[in-house]
Design a protein around this ligand. Sequence first.
Ligand SMILES: [Zn+2]
Length: 150
Amino acid sequence: MLAPRSQIASRPPALAGMRATKGRQAVLAALEEASDHPTAEDLLMRARKADPALSLSSVYRILKEFHDRGMVRRHVFTQGRAVWELAQRALHAHLIDVRTGEIVELPEADLVRTYQAAAEALGYRLRDVRLELYGERIDPGHAQRPHGQP
Ligand SMILES: [Zn+2]
């Protein structure tokens, strides 16, 4: 689950400094449109709509280029598969449902803000936070409410 658009810190970095190849544009668009935490294989399936010639090795190469430029965050949760999200999204914690593997974002987690403030006090700007919480639903029928609402 992704945070609402208002949680997004800024506009995507686009392809500043990179040649806007069809493949890069397709992968970037797939990341921008993602409402989950896609794997490289997920991104390949989605990006192929815009670039049918795209291969998995190209997606990995493009993701590495984006990662080297700080455009994306890579996470490896317990499933052992890397998932990706755009780095311009506000820092957030991830709660992983140990039964279903569902990844729930906690976009306003106080702990992330606390770490951000602590890092800034030491003269650092956080680029990434790897705060992973693992849990299971207490009541599977419990309706999920947006953070901060009663
Ligand atoms: Zn996330």
